[in-house]
Ligand binder design. Structure first.
Ligand code: SAH
Length: 429
């Protein structure tokens, strides 16, 4: 993308006055409740977006009088702590394995860790405890399970476990709620609460892994992680919680622990341009999905209010830039709404838009949510849309609808109305 000569109109849209080369993040990001938010802040200078830090420092870093969450630390960071206490790399290896392979902690039985180190760990970190399950639901086909998890401060989020023939995938939340207000999304309809910390994102994956292991015969447990894929498509916008998300993916990707490879982790974004540029500049090797849903700026704006801040033409520029640097295709998501974005003509417009971007389109027939009156495109029409794209050279799939009966599908996570407190049942998969 041409990052040196931004069109003037684009500068104005992004709040750049002629007197100042900088702009702040768009206004909707400053939305309520301000005192609880930690928002990734981007500035734009001479047409280029820069990441300039976080509005509130911390990212879960505890005050000195409060014990820390060990899931907050990457392996090198934990190694530094241990080294400062005089412990060697063997101890790091043992501890990391206990945390991320055996789902234990530093006091798990049989660990070869010096007593003095255990004491130090006891003093510094709170014992990792699994999140509280406020509700657990299974889809009628038993293949999807949705968990309403309660965090330490009582905030609730949803995490989904999906079983496929040869693998299990966890759909993780990256924020409690969402500030983006996409018209058809239940999370947006419920509003934004707060950012999740690295530890809270990591803990969701470990929680899902624990569920998977509990359904295995005990002799098969702990050999390797059962969870093979992560999709950051739960509640929230991952690229507006960039640092916490990247740290969590680094922790879960460590080969000596959960070992979920970069390509097995998909970041789904509404189209946060500075975040996409940053992923490219930092050469982040994760899979990237961009929620497109419309092939013209006006149609997209009607579905996604943030398209105002990050318009379609600039978003596609950012995608081109990303694919050039990273060398991998982007998955474009397209929620099919009957009569709104499912015509053959719109499929052609989409193909035209993507003709010079390595891409695959994932078509998702709309999942019902209370706050949106639109209907899902029927399967036959979805297939026609898919075929049109394919004939024009764009790979496309119609995504299997999963867990709709328990509102665990894309855009249905709202973390509302818990019906009962029940521990997850074990072992019917
Ligand atoms: N904020 C991120 C990830 C969360 S939603 C993003 O926007 O990509 C994951 C995907 O589900 C997005 O493509 C989103 O647009 C889509 N989605 C939201 N509500 C939906 C609904 N009711 N039916 C089908 N897909 C939906």
């Amino acid at each position: 993308m041409d990052r040196n000569s931004p069109p003037l109109a684009a500068q104005e849209r992004n709040g750049v006055s002629s007197g100042s080369p900088f702009s702040e993040s768009p206004d909707f990001l400053k939305k309520e409740p301000v005192e609880r938010r930690k928002t990734t802040v981007y500035r734009r200078s001479e047409g280029r977006w820069y990441h300039v830090g976080r509005r509130r420092a911390g990212d879960g870093r505890a005050r000195s009088d409060v014990k820390q969450d060990i899931y907050q630390l990457t392996r090198p960071e934990l190694g530094e702590r241990l080294a400062a206490w005089g412990a060697g790399s063997d101890s790091l290896r043992v501890l990391w394995r206990s945390l991320y392979r055996d789902l234990g902690d530093w006091n798990s039985p049989g660990l070869d860790l010096p007593l003095a180190l255990r004491r130090q760990l006891d003093e510094t970190f709170s014992p990792p405890t699994p999140p509280k399950v406020a509700r657990h639901q299974r889809s009628s086909d038993q293949l999807t399970r949705k968990f309403l998890l309660e965090l330490n401060d009582g905030v609730r989020i949803e995490t989904v476990l999906m079983h496929f023939r040869d693998r299990a995938t966890a759909c993780l939340s990256t924020q409690a709620g969402c500030a983006l207000d996409c018209v058809f999304c239940a999370t947006g309809q419920a509003g934004f609460n707060r950012q999740l910390s690295t530890a809270e994102i990591v803990a969701q994956a470990l929680f899902v892994e624990r569920q998977l292991r509990e359904s295995l015969p005990s002799r098969d447990r702990q050999s390797r992680a059962e969870l093979r894929n992560l999709v950051l498509m739960g509640m929230g916008e991952p690229l507006l919680n960039y640092d916490a998300v990247m740290r969590a993916l680094a922790i879960l990707g460590e080969s000596s622990g959960m070992a979920i490879g970069a390509k097995q982790a998909t970041i789904s974004t509404v189209g946060v341009i500075p975040g996409i540029v940053r992923l490219a500049d930092e050469a982040r090797p994760y899979s990237l999905a961009v929620s497109l849903h419309a092939a013209t700026q006006s149609e997209r704006l009607a579905m996604i209010p943030t398209a105002k801040a990050w318009p379609l033409d600039e978003l596609l520029d950012a995608c081109r830039y990303y694919t050039t640097i990273i060398g991998r295709k982007i998955f474009f998501e397209w929620t099919l709404v009957e009569g709104a974005n499912d015509s053959i003509e719109q499929a052609r417009q989409l193909a035209d838009l993507l003709r010079d971007i390595p891409a695959q389109v994932n078509l998702i027939p709309l999942n019902p949510t209370d706050g949106y009156a639109g209907e899902a495109t029927q399967l036959e029409a979805a297939r026609r849309f898919q075929t049109t794209l394919r004939e024009l050279g764009i790979p496309a799939t119609v995504r299997q609808r999963r867990g709709i009966d328990i509102a665990a599908g894309c855009g249905q996570l709202a973390a509302s109305d818990p019906v009962s407190i029940s521990p997850p049942s074990v072992g019917t998969n």
